[in-house]
Ligand binder design. Sequence first.
Ligand code: ADP
Length: 512
Amino acid sequence: MGSNSEAFIGSIDQGTTSSRFLIFNKSGEPVASHQLEFKQIYPHPGWHEHDPLEIISSVETCIDGAVKQFETQGHNANQIKAVGITNQRETTVLWNKETGEPLYNAIVWTDTRHQNLVRKLKQRLGADKLIDLAGVPLSTYPSVGKLLWLLENESKVKEAYDKGVLAFGTIDAWLVYKLNGGPKKNVFVSDPSNASRTMFMNLHTLDYDESLLDFFRIDPAKIALPKIVHSADPEAYGSLGSTVLKGVPITGCLGDQSAALVGQKAFTPGLAKNTYGTGSFILYNVGEKPVISKSGLLTTVAFDFGKGTKASYALEGSIAVAGSSVKFLVDNLGLIEKSSEISQLAETVEDNGGVTFVTAFSGLFAPYWIDDARGTIFGLTGYTKKGHIARATLEATCFQTKAILVAMEKDSGHKLSELAVDGGMCNSDLTMQTQADLISIPVKRPQMRETTALGAAIAAGLAVGVWEGIEELKTVNTEGSTSFSPKVSKEDADKRFAQWEKAVQMSKGWAQ
Ligand code: ADP
C-alpha cells in the first residue's frame, strides 16, 4: 500500500478491439487496470466500423472500473495527477461541431472500402510527391481517404460540410473532445503523432498544409480540423468532464505505435522497437529531422514533448502477418492447440530443416510491398516434420523484421544497436532468440509489457512534472528485463536471410 502523497498517472489505451484504462506509479508499474471489448461492425466485405459513442462509453467505464480497483488498494483517486491517451491511429470520426453528434460510425484504419477512390487519387498530378510532405504514400491506410469517401457517399456528411458544421477527428481528437464535455467546452485538438497519419499534416511544420488540402480538394473553411498541439501539454487537452476522475487534466497524447516507442524509452536516434501483435509494427527513432524513405517505409512523428524541445521522428515499417501466423497454425492447420505452444513444437527440431514459409497471406508489406504474393511454403521434403513448419512460421516474422531494419538503417544512416520488443508474440523465447540471431544485435524484452499504455502515461507525466525529463525515466521499467544475445555468426545469419529473400522473390505473382 503506497502513501497517500504518492503520485500516479492514468492511461487511456483506446485500441482496435478494446478500450483500457491503466494506472501507473512513478516507477512505471501498472497498479490497477480495467479493460472492455467493444463491437466490431463489418457491414460489407472490406468495411470495418466502430460506434463512436460506444468508444467513449467504454473508456468511461474503464476509468471508473480501474479507479475502483485502485481505491480498494488503499489509494485515493486524487492521487491520479494526470491522464494520457494512446489510441488506434488513422481511424476517422466525423461529427457536427455544433451538437457534438457523430454523423457516421468511425471508419477503422483497416477499412478498404475506398480502394477505388484511392486509385483515382493516385492518378492526380503530384500524387507521387505527397510522401515528401506527409511522410506516407497514398493508400487506404491514412485518414484522408476515409473522409473523402464519406463526403462522396454520405449525404449527412456532405450537408454538414456545405453548412460549415463538419468536424473531423482521429480517435484521440474525438476522445479529448467528448471526454471534456463536447461542444460546451469545445476542446478540439490532436497531437502530431496522430495528425501525421491523416495526410493533411506537413511533417516539417507540424501543421496542416495548404497544398495537401488542395490536392485532396478539401476546403478548410468548410471543415473543422483539430488544432495540432504538443504530445505533452499541461493545458491544451483540457480535463475529464465525466467519470470519477472528473476534473483531472488530460496532459499527454500519442498514437499507439509512437506510444510504444516512448514506453520503450527509445528517445534517441538509432533506437527501435518492434511490437509483435497480430501484425507487427517497427518504429525506428531517426531524431529531429524527418527522413523520407526510399526503401518502402513510412515517416511519422514519434513524439513532440514541447517545452522548447523539437519533435522527434520515426521511420515505420509494418508486417501484415505476425502473431496471426501462429494463430493460423492453431485455427487453420490444428498443429497446436494454443499460440503459446508454438515454441515447444518448434523446439522438437533443431532447425528449420530447409523449410521457408513466406507468410504472405494478404501480400507482403514493408519493405517489399508485393500485392500479388500469397503464403508459400518452400523446401518441403519427405523429411519435413510439424516442428520444421513451426520454426519456419516463427522465422518468417523475424526475417521480415530484419528486412525492415535493413531498410531503416539504409534510409537513416544510423546503425541499430539493440531492438526493444513487446506484443504477444514476444512471449516466445525461441522467437526472440531467433530474432537476435538473425539481426546480429541483442533483443531486449521488458518484464512489464504494457509499453503502449506506459508511453501515454509518460507523455502525460512529463507535462505535469511527475517526471522532470527524459533523463529521469531511465530507470523506469528496467527491472526484470531479458536480453537475447545473438548466438550465430553474422555470416550464418546473412546466409539464412539470403535464402529467405530468394523465397520472397519466388512467392511473387501467385495472386495475379
Ligand atoms: P494485438 O494487440 O494485435 O491483438 P497481441 O499483442 O495481444 O496482439 O498479440 C497477439 C498475438 O500474439 C496472437 O496473434 C498470438 O498468436 C501471438 N502470441 C501470443 N502468445 C504467443 C506465444 N507465447 N508465442 C507466439 N505467439 C504468441
